[in-house]
Design a protein around this ligand. Structure first.
Ligand code: SF4
Ligand code: SF4
Length: 138
């Protein structure tokens, strides 16, 4: 099937902003094997790499995986070719959020959010907050 010209441009933009080199992928699947949220994802990390390589971007933009990724970077650590699948997922997520033009999580909103958690606030991993800002703010 011919690739739509916009998808080619989107793939090039996402590749550039992610800093990933999808051409280096050898399709070993180790990134997906390392992903702690593999079962929740409709498109897995190694597929993000191959689909960007194939300029199949629309499906990635609609994927629920961009909201399920924990930004833990286990896939980046595991990749033997330094492809950085998580960076691609983050770049796709940013592409979806950017046109929406507003934050759903702000630094100002955090104190109330944390206070409402009561004693459970101490259990929040710092990584979760960093990940939430990546997902829910511009
Ligand atoms: S960064 Fe996302 S895709 Fe990569 S291993 Fe973690 S949860 Fe999975
Ligand atoms: S671990 Fe790296 S080389 Fe292997 S499939 Fe994933 S991105 Fe490609």
């Amino acid at each position: 099937m011919p690739v739509h010209v916009d998808e080619k441009k989107w793939a090039a933009d996402i590749t550039l902003s992610s800093g990933a080199n999808v051409k280096k992928c050898m399709k070993c699947g180790k990134c997906s094997g390392a992903c702690p949220n593999y079962a929740e994802m409709d498109i897995h990390p190694h597929k993000f790499v191959s689909m960007i390589n194939d300029c199949d971007v629309s499906a990635l933009l609609a994927s629920k995986s961009i909201w399920k990724c924990l930004s833990c970077f286990a896939c980046v650590e595991r990749c033997p070719r330094d492809v950085k699948p998580a960076n691609i997922i983050e770049a796709v997520r940013t592409r979806v959020l950017a046109p929406q033009g507003q934050n759903r999580l702000t630094p100002e909103g955090l104190p109330k959010f944390i206070k409402d958690l009561g004693e459970d606030a101490e259990k929040i991993p710092q990584q979760l907050l960093a990940s939430a800002f990546r997902k829910y703010s511009r």
